[in-house]
Every structure is written in C-alpha cells, then in structure tokens.
Design a protein around this ligand. Sequence first.
Ligand SMILES: *Cc1c(COP(=O)(O)O)cnc(C)c1O
Length: 400
Amino acid sequence: MAENYFKTYPDSKGFFKEYGGAFLPPELDAEMKKISDAYFKISKSHDFITELRSIRKHYQGRPTPVYYCSRLSQKYGGRIYLKREDLNHTGAHKLNHCMGEALLAKYLGKKKLIAETGAGQHGVALATAAAYFGLECEIHMGEVDIKKAHPNVVRMKILGATVVPVTHGLKTLKEAVDSAFEAYLKDPINTIYCIGSVVGPHPFPMMVRDFQRIVGIEAREQFLEMTGELPDNVVACVGGGSNAMGIFSAFLDDQECAIYGVEPGGKSLHIGDHAATMTLGTPGIIHGFKCYVLQDEKGEPLPVYSIASGLDYPGVGPEHSMLKDLKRIKYEHVSDAECLDAFYELSRLEGIIPALESAHAVAYALKLAQKNPQKSVLVNLSGRGDKDIDFVVDNFEMPQ
Ligand SMILES: *Cc1c(COP(=O)(O)O)cnc(C)c1O
C-alpha cells in the first residue's frame, strides 16, 4: 500500500490523503491536539502496552477464535470462516477501543469519561471500561433513543454510569453528539471524550483504528495457522468502520486478499431508507472531519436508516474513504431482507446468533461463497445478536 502504511496514514494533521483532519472551533481544536500529543507519547510506552495486553487477555478474553463454518460452507459453497468478536467480553468488538480509550484516560489522570450513544452499544462498552478503571462515566443519549433502547439504558445504569437524556431537536444521535461535546468542553481537565468508531476529528480515527488492529493481527495469524494460506476474501460490516478497519488493517498489503466493506442497503436505495454512505455519498464534512457523506445540495446530512442501529450513520471513517478512492477496498451493500436471511442461516446452521450489524457481513459472504465456491472468506463477526432478538421476532415473521 505504502512503505510503512501505519506511519504514513494519517499524516501529522490527521489526514488520510484528503480525508479526516480536524475542522473544529479553536477551543476544541486545542483539546484535540493535547489528546493527540499525549496519545503518541503514552501509547508507545512499555507500561501502557503491557497493561493493555494484560487487560485483553485476562479481562476481555482475547484472543478470540477464528472458526470454520462447516455446515454453512457445505450449503453455500466456498470455505467460510468467522473471526469471533462476538465472544469478546460484552459481546462485541467495541470494548477493544473503549478499554484503550479508558486506559489512556487513566494515564492522563482523567476522572470522567464522556460520550454519546445512539442505540446504546457504545455507551454500554464505555460504562464497562469505566467500571473496570474506577472512572466516572456520563453518557448522553437522545430521549427517543432512550425509549427505543431501554435494556441498554438499564445496563449502563447497573454499571454505574449516568445517562443524560437529550431533549432538544430530533432527540437522537446528532443532538447527543452536540450535548456530549458541550459537557466535555465545560471541564476538559478532568474529563475525556471517548468516540465510538473510527470517526470524528483527529486523533480519534487513528486511535480507534490502532486499538482495533488487534482483531486483524490475531485473525491473520490464526487463519495462516489453520489453513497454511491467507484468505481469498475478507469481509466486514461498515457503520463508522471500526470493526472493519480492525480486521482489514492486517490484510492491506496482501494483494492476493480481496477486501469488502458491507454497508446497510436498508429497505431500498431511496433517501431515508438506507445508510449506504460509500455507495451513494459524496465527500463532505461532518462532525469535524472530512469523509464520504450522505448529504443534500446544501451539505446537510440526509436522514439514514438501517435494520441494524449500529450502522445508521450518514458519514464513515476517513481511512475507509481513502481506501475506497485507492480502490484497495470494495464497498458493497446488502438489504434488510438479505441481512435477516443471514441472521437465521448462521443461527440455524452453526448455532451462532449474530448481531444484525454483523449479519450484513455474513450476508455478503454468502453471496461471495456462492459465486466462488473454490475460494475462502474470512468474516469479522463483530458482535452477538442477543440484543436484537426481541426486535427481530416482534417485527418480522420467523421462517419455518
Ligand atoms: C457498533 C457496531 C457496529 C458498527 O460500528 P463500526 O464502527 O462500523 O464497527 C458493528 N457491529 C456491532 C456488533 C456493533 O455493535
């Protein structure tokens, strides 16, 4: 890709070619620079690396396994493998970066973690990390989302976090982001803002990617050990893009591996029915950074939708935006219906109930397997589906 890819991207200002950066009011810009400087120093220190390794092994349960799906492969063709991030503590990949961010907070002497959450998944992972380190945790959440994602609100409270309801505007994720930033700016000495994906202003897309790289490092080695070769295809779902960057980062230089990011095609490709940012978006600025954005002529973000609440974001990580332009990664989309099919297929053929987000990646892997029965596919199974079962059975008919 580039000689020493990880030192080349992002550059010192946080750019992945034209994408990324930090487009912020001056007071916020100054705080982000402080976090960035601290990250470069602390994250390379022996103590930090040793502590993070120990947490991953003894608390999170890493390494997570790579698993060969024999019954799924028999039915669809190909050889389908899963990187089991659903077996990570709390049931998804999000804890990988939340533990990293919270450990950084500890080294910086912060007392409180602040973040927004949409469906509550990031909030729960961050509340878990806060409990582990004995830090306070304040999660901003739109009033509409609080009603929709009640079990996650309860989980955050059990874990000791404060959930701040956001009651203005549409009372969803966008307002929660503003509210969390405001709270953070009131006390940047004692608090730190923790983002939930490879998005936002520099240094977050880089930090979150670095914390998620463990997924790809493990998976590449495990796959080689199991099969003696590299996978022909690597597949992951893309919301903001953190689980995908985690696994993809290990295969970027392996030209024999095709890499696919899978976006939610939703109900249709009409405005408001999907969140296929890479497929239908154009470059623009959202939440303080440049990336592909689903936007109108005035640059306002368009409404987005997905059956998987973790995927409905009108932007995407800047690194993904660059890798799309470089044509190193192909971005595809699958529909709600294909996602639901894959959700049941993996459950019934392998005994693994996937998160609806992850089921998008599985759905695309099934298509690849059918088209290329001689090839192998490695899927990042980003999370387990326990959180989704009530929603699925209440809203869709269960297949026989
Ligand atoms: C949040 C979430 C995602 C989407 O986030 P990315 O940053 O795109 O990885 C995917 N899968 C699961 C299980 C999630 O909880």
